[in-house]
Design a protein around this ligand. Sequence first.
Ligand code: UDP
Length: 422
Amino acid sequence: MSDTGGGHRASANAIEDALDALYPGKFECDIVDIYTEYGPFFPINSYPSMYKIMAKYSFLWESFYNFGETDFGLWLNEVLLDTFCFEPFKECLNRPSGSTNKRADMVVSVHPLCQGTPLKILANLDSGGKTCDFSARDTPFVTVVTDLGGAHITWFNKNVDKCFVPSDVLNKKAASRGLKEDQIVQYGLPIRRGFWSKVENTSQSSSKPSGLFEILNRKGEQAVSHLSDRENVRQHLGLETDLSTVLVVGGGDGMGGIVGIAEALATALGNYSDVVSYQMVVVCGSNEEAKQTLSGKEYGAGVKVSVEGYVNNMDEWMKAADALVTKAGPGTIAEASICGLPCMLFAYLPGQEEGNVPYVESNGFGKYSRDPDVIAETVSSWLASPEKMKSMQQAAQTASRPSATLDIADDIAQIAFATRQH
Ligand code: UDP
């Protein structure tokens, strides 16, 4: 993977965690930002910082993303990576992993730019350096797509053993890139452990969650948070227990114009009433500037606002909230749907996040607007209508795939076990 955005490492960590939970002591995972650690020179070794800049100026990102999906862009990317990254990436894939003195038994990619060249390198290593023909590879290689309603073409390489996709749209996109039905597996997005808790209640959403949960239970694992009840969670987080609660998030980096949206929303909610009726929590992620700008400000009498920086307990903040106002990040949306949180989307990154807007809207658990007044009106109208809230909460949970991480990890484990027996 590479740390372009927070989602790739988060997914990798979640899969590692799930392997540990299901098969303790059986796997050692070596999670590598291959571009930063092994990229031969600028700009290849600086993708994460370049991504941060481009994500800020979305027209830049849009042009880059769209160019990368053209035939010429795909060809150029392949030629550049094969020419300049083959040898350095080979060093990475050949390095001793974990406590063994051998290279990895299996490779899992959770990044759109980690398919073609790594697959050729594995074929080369498996054939003793004789060829780069894909068919010579016998080290298993799977891709786990970490986008949701849209994804770049480079995610889909028909030479992988399995490609795990989270949604119907990406299932179709994988098929349209030539992957066969038996290569495509659809469970959901891998997300961190704190969100695995509702697996037991949604067994219809997956082929085998209850089985996996039995394994966890047999091992005495506490997969369900001890703070399941919303009021307890609020108390634990220092929030009022009886106020309608709106959570505002801009992804791991606090992007999408979070300051402007939070201020306008707080002002609108604050003016709705003379007595405190709402509380709003703004999670700024790693955006320190946003945290400083928003902290300590007073809004109208109707709202109480608290501001957080990067939080490590997003599952608790989501469990405490009635509604979420967020940038259309795939991780945040998948987590919110597990928590049954209606989502008001206020921004998306062109390209891969664009499809997350119809994903949320067509699944019936949210809306999109850039206009802070529309956002405030929409969210407060949801909160004022128990029926509307109930139907959106149900829609969110129906779309959710809380067992996805365990399902993906279990499939990966089975592939690894089968290969070792061989
Ligand atoms: N997140 C977090 N703490 C924060 C802000 C965000 O743990 O303070 C997590 C959030 O729960 C989600 C991820 O960061 O898992 C953000 O991923 P998403 O795909 O929504 O957006 P990205 O940051 O990749 O643009």
